[in-house]
Design a protein around this ligand. Structure first.
Ligand code: NAI
Length: 516
């Protein structure tokens, strides 16, 4: 069928944060857009806000004033819902309530022609449930934009049980023609992004709750080792704890209280206290108080002597570039032979990548007291910070040797307490696990998971491709080890991840992975 032609009239209902942005996207693509809001004057105000935003882009030479004027001339406010009759695609971005959305689309079925496509921008309501109230549910889909709609590339195109697959493909093509990166998904709680992203917040909250590290240190590790634009606590403060906590709760309830999505008591207490984040001046951080802000610096280890030589055992997999970096830093590197557990030896101290066990457990199982674990990084060469944790049996001097090694490679080092899976390893393994489960449960395909997380929430790497970089077997082992320590169903491994490991296959190609 292909994309809707640009001479198709589009209607957007609800001229708030999302609606005005969506209207702008459709108008920019060349469509005539009718904008309607239940509040008199709100549609006009939405267009004025769009005009003001575009004016700034004209001043910064991002668009020409002629294009700006042409775009605005295609946006038309409507006073009555009956004025939307010519529209062939109606996108609603109204209040997030099922019965209000059902009532709106039922009304539209009597106003618009029988071939009109109806789309909801809902972030949490079942598309199937909205469609159940309609006489043509096959024409109803989710078209989930991200905020701000003109900037964020992702659009989740969601099919309910009754949705026509051809119409879903047509909306997908239309979103692509509008310059977006669409993904197809089945209507399930949280769709893709709001489901797969839960561990990004949840694992950080757990590490904090267990005293693994403080807020600023966890954020710094996630940014400076993980390459994420914002740390989880900064991001929760920006989103607002009321909103973030409500989304977590709604996903948790919608999955019949699957412990995977269990909300955090710590976050609930912030909501109880009214510490909602930036908007209330206080969340995990304080805002507008320089004295308190300067107190929230990441914990960074003081300078320690660099080693002159290291020995490596086995294949360091995702961390193998550390060896070349060490040589570049003038450290003599030699092999200690192939060994059961890969790692680096510095003068009797064993340094190994986190595999979900605590350092203390590794020390006991390897029968070696001087043991330090390092956390995952997106790219060990680019990473500016590395997190370390020592076993309870390891001496401070042993820890200092590990710190000195990473400092010699130009990294800041944060020493955290001995929590299973550290910070990034457990977070990325859980993100990949959730993504794999979404694929396993036929919500979407693997490419959609990775694209959604990169284009919808700016992740530096898709979680499934990242898991392949780490090695799927390593990810599965890490999750199993974390699950064994906590004894919680939350960390159970997705059947699809296990299957990929058993068959030595991958999500994105069948090339053998030399990290496995
Ligand atoms: P908003 O509160 O900024 O705007 C909603 C607008 O809809 C208001 O102008 C209101 O007057 C109008 N409205 C309410 N009921 C109406 C009705 N029955 N008929 C016509 N107009 C009506 O809300 P926002 O944030 O734009 O959200 C709208 C929808 O988009 C919700 O379903 C929300 O879950 C979803 N969404 C919101 C995102 C966000 O970041 N704000 C992101 C993605 C989806």
């Amino acid at each position: 069928m292909g994309a809707l032609p640009t001479n198709t009239v589009i209607a957007v209902i609800g001229a708030g944060t999302m609606g005005a942005g969506i209207a702008q996207v459709a108008a920019k693509a060349g469509h005539s857009v009718l904008l309607y809001d239940a509040v008199a004057g709100a549609a006009q105000q939405g267009i004025e806000r769009t005009a003001a935003g575009l004016q700034k882009l004209v001043q910064r030479n991002k668009i020409s004033s002629a294009d700006c004027e042409a775009l605005l001339s295609r946006m038309q406010p409507c006073d009555a819902i009956e004025d939307l009759a010519p529209a062939k695609l109606v996108i609603e971005a109204i209040v997030e309530r099922l019965e209000v959305k059902q009532q709106l689309f039922s009304q539209l079925e009597n106003i618009c022609s029988a071939d009109t496509i109806f789309a909801s921008n809902t972030s949490s309501i079942s598309i199937t449930a909205i469609g159940a109230a309609l006489s043509r549910p096959q024409h109803l889909l989710g078209m989930h934009f991200f905020n701000p709609a003109p900037v964020m590339k992702l659009v989740e195109v969601i099919s309910g049980v009754a949705t026509d697959a051809g119409i879903a493909q047509q909306l997908f093509d239309t979103a692509a023609a509008w310059g977006k990166k669409p993904v197809l998904a089945r209507s399930t709680p949280g769709f893709i992004v709001n489901r797969v992203a839960r561990p990004f917040y949840a694992e950080a909250l757990r590490v904090l709750e267990e005293g693994g590290a403080d807020v600023a240190t966890i954020d710094a590790i996630v940014r400076e080792s993980g390459g994420f634009r914002m740390g989880p606590f900064e991001l929760m403060d920006l989103i607002g704890h009321d909103v973030n906590y409500a989304v977590t709760n709604s996903v948790f309830d919608a999955y019949f209280q699957d412990p995977r999505f269990k909300p955090s008591l710590l976050q609930q207490e912030l909501v109880n206290a009214g510490y909602l984040g930036r908007k209330s001046g206080r969340g995990f951080y304080h805002y507008g108080d320089t004295a308190e802000q300067s107190a929230s610096q990441p914990q960074t280890a003081s300078a320690q002597p660099a080693p002159t030589a290291i020995r490596y055992r086995g294949d360091l997999g995702v961390a193998k570039t550390l060896l070349a970096q060490a040589e570049k830093a003038g450290i003599a590197v030699s092999s200690a032979g192939h060994y059961h557990s890969p790692g680096i030896e510095i003068d009797g101290v064993r340094l190994a990548l986190s595999d979900g066990r605590t350092a203390t457990q590794c020390s006991a199982e390897d029968n070696h007291a001087e043991l330090v674990l390092f956390d995952l990084a997106l790219d060990y060469e680019q990473a500016q910070r590395i997190a370390l944790t020592k076993s309870d049996q390891c001496s401070e001097q042993g820890l200092n040797k590990a710190i000195g090694f990473f400092q010699a490679l130009g990294k800041s080092v944060s020493v955290i307490d001995d929590v299973p899976g550290m910070v990034l390893m457990r977070t990325v393994c859980m993100l990949a696990n959730e993504g794999a489960d979404a694929v396993n449960q036929q919500v979407c395909d693997a490419a959609a998971v990775d694209l959604a997380m990169q284009a919808g929430v700016n992740y530096p790497r898709g979680p499934l491709a990242w898991a392949e970089d780490i090695g799927l077997a390593w990810v599965v082992d890490s999750l199993d080890n974390i699950a064994a320590i906590y004894g919680e169903d939350r960390y159970r491994v997705s059947p699809l991840l296990c299957r990929k490991v058993y068959s030595s296959s991958r999500f994105f190609s069948d090339q053998p992975n030399d990290n496995e």
